[in-house]
Structure formats: C-alpha cells, structure tokens
Design a protein around this ligand. Sequence first.
Ligand code: HEM
Length: 465
Amino acid sequence: MELGRQNKEAWAKPSLPPRCHDIAARVMPFLHGAVREHGSPCVSWFGPVPKVTITDPRLVREVMAGKFGHVQKVKFPVLAKLLALGVGTYEGEKWVKHRRILNPAFHAEKLKLMLPAFSSCCQELVGRWTQSLGSDGSWEVDVCSELQTLTGDVISRTAFGSSYLEGRRIFQLQSEQIVRFMAALHKFFIPGYMSFPTKNNRRMRQINSEIESILRNLIAKRMQAIEEGESTKDDLLGLLLESNMADKDANGQSVKGMSTEEVIEECKLFYFAGMETTSVLLTWTMVVLSMHPEWQDRAREEVLRMFGKHKIDYEGLNRLKTVTMILYEVLRLYPPASAFTRQTYKEIEIGGIKYPAGVIFEMPVLYIHHDEDIWGDGVHQFRPDRFAEGISKASKDPGAFLPFGWGPRTCIGQNFALLEAKMALCMILQRFEFDLTPEYTHAPHTVMMLRPMHGAKIKLQAISS
Ligand code: HEM
C-alpha cells in the first residue's frame, strides 16, 4: 500500500516543457527564483495564470497564514454560488463576521449536545448493515455510498434537528451537483462558459434552486418557531438563526446578523465541506484496517475495553488513543483535501522570493504527508504509532500534518469530523469484523477529494456476542 513516490517525482520538477519554462521565466523572472529557492517546486499554469507549487511546510504555513490579505483563496464566483458560498469563500470583514458567528457552534460543549444525533445516525447505519447480513452472518457492500449517507444524515440532523429528513434531499442533490461541477471544471476558463445553455449548466442551476428552496422553507419554519418562543439552540440552524435575531453571537459579542440568503449559503457549505470529507476519511479507515487486521484488532480491543457493547459516551471518545492514532495516520496517508490553493492579490515575499499579484500557489498536502525527509523511513507505510506522542512529535516538522489546513482558515469542523468518525468507527468495530473483497483495487485518485477510484467493496462479518 505505497502511495506517493510517483507523486513526489512528478512534483519535483518544473512541469512546463523546458522551452515554455524559459519563455515564461523571461516574462516572469520570479519563476526562476521560485524553482531555485523553494526546494523543487513545480511551475505550471492554472488556466491562464502562473502557478507555483510549494512543498516546504514552513513556506506553506507562511502562505496559509494569509498575512495582510495579500494572499487569498482563489475565486470562482459563479461556480461557487452553484455549490456553496459561505465562510469558506469570503475574505476580510465579511469572513471575520461569519467565522465569529459560526465558531461557537463547533465548541466542545455544543459538540457534546450533538452526540445523540451522531449516535442515532450511526445506529441506523449499523442496524441497516445487521439486517442485510446473510445466513452465514456476512455481507459484502461498497461502503463508499453507505458512509456518505451516514455523514450526510449527520449534517442534516445536527443542522436541522427534527426536520432532518427534509435535509436528506439536499445532500442527494449536492452529490449530483459535485459530479456536474467536476464535469464543468476544466471548461470554466472559457469566458462566460457557465452562462452557456448547456444541459449540464441548466441542470446545475435547477439543482441549486431546489436546494435553496428547501432551505428557505426550513428557515421560514424555524424562524416562526423561534418567534413563538420555542428554543432551538440545540442544532446548527437554530443557533445561527437565534444569534442572528439577537444580533449577538453565542459569546454575547455584538455582531450584525446574517441575512436569510447568507444562512442558506452557510447551510449549503456545511454539506459541501463536511459530508464528503468525513465519509472519505471513514472509507479509507475501513480499507486500511482491512489491510492491517492487527490494527483492526487493537482498535476493537480498545473500544470493547472502553465501552463494552454498550452506549458510547463523549468522555470515552476523547480518551481513545489507538483509534485516534489510526484516524491521524489515515488522514496523513489519504488527506481528503489533497492540496490547497491560494492566489496573491498584492506583491508578497515568500521564502525570499517576491511574487507579484496574480500568482497561484498550490500546496500539495499529499506530497508533504509523504515526504521521507519529514516523516522518516516507512513514510508510505501505515504506522499509526508514529502519533503515539501526539501530532507535534510524529514528524521532524511539528507543523507538517495538514489535513485540516493551517492558520486562520483552518477547518472549522475538524473536531466535529473527528468526533463523528470516532463514533462511527467504534460502533462498527463493536459489531463487525471486516475485510476487503477480491474485487477491491487500490487506486487512490482525486476527484475534488482523494477517494478510492473503484469504490471500496468490503466484506462485513458479524461478531458473535
Ligand atoms: C475529515 C473531515 C474534514 C476535512 C479533512 C476537512 C478539511 C478542511 C480543510 C483542509 C479546510 C481548509 C481549506 C483551505 O484552507 O483552503 C477546511 C475548511 C473548512 N471546513 Fe473542513 N474538513 C472536514 C470536515 C468538515 C466538517 C464536518 C465541516 C462542517 C460541518 C467543515 C467545514 C469547513 C468550513 C466551513 C471550512 C472553511 C473555513 C474558513 O474558510 O474559515 N469541515 N476543511
């Protein structure tokens, strides 16, 4: 299960043909410096824009720190509107305001309140799997779509509480939207392409309207409930709307609330940012634990020691050591977001090179997570115990583990995702042993997320009690 060596070589040299590179470097002298100074970045094009790949984690953190607004996220406003705007796409004051309103929803005490919702969704999943077992107590299933339903349900329940079934339709529509988005991705450099009346473009607009109309209805219902005095702060939407109506965030800070349109965009973003990422993490975890039964056994032993076959509680989840190391090592080997991009909006100096406005930086997390100089021998192997003493001691560079990004734009939902993944994994380990089926082919590939190209067909075997 080695992944990465070929990526390392691909990233280690300029990807422009030598002649093009010479011409580009004459027009943009900083490119020469970038190749010389930044280890071995690759210089290429992002549509018409020059792109420099940065692989040194210290420089990556410098870029991601996003000082003074000189470096920002790359903007695709028309496409982003069709998927999700929200805090992930804003900059400056608007980003500060939204992040400040949203942050408290992901604090530990709120996550604790969400645990019953996580638990009900996981219960539904393992219940469905148990019912599907054959007379020999086994069942073969592609866990990709199963785990996607789980993580979509979790967002729906935590966002909309009792109306979560209406939320289900949203994530089905969003999954289709992502496939269509990918089909349009390589064409969006054609000016005005998204306004062409192609079948794909028309369907993307239709999907977006349907999602927005479901959300508008849910919000209207909830606003009415709040006006009638019903407390709704136990789910994400209620929390957003209440802090909104009060013009204060959950810490009592005065903020000008979000408009209904903005709340709609944040809800769309929760699905977009939180569903696929977490389901891909769980899928890779099941694949890797099938390949390494000794770690599957160790994790199960820990779960049974902590909870037996009983209910899983918040404090227990936070004390799990082996399960946590396994999830970290899976995130290192298969980071769902395999690269970040940023664009310079003003001249900026990074690692001694002055970059003009308009350059794209690509930061390949997958490459950094597979760099032997940082992680040492066995970098391509699954060795969870490298995290035995925590993230900062797992490699030579304490900041080289970047599955959730870095700096102010770091993932707002990382604790949510880890708690959900732990809960799901514990419930699965309590009830099933699992192994890969002969059909499984190991082919990690990136379609927005790093996922198994041919799915993940796994054989589940009930554990006799
Ligand atoms: C394993 C699961 C997850 C992974 C690997 C992941 C990864 C990331 C990464 C790498 C970023 C930063 C992107 C950048 O800087 O360009 C990010 C941002 C973000 N994530 Fe996550 N994420 C996960 C789960 C979630 C969940 C469950 C939610 C919400 C329910 C969420 C919401 C967000 C939001 C809103 C942002 C934008 C933050 C900002 O720009 O201020 N993520 N995520």
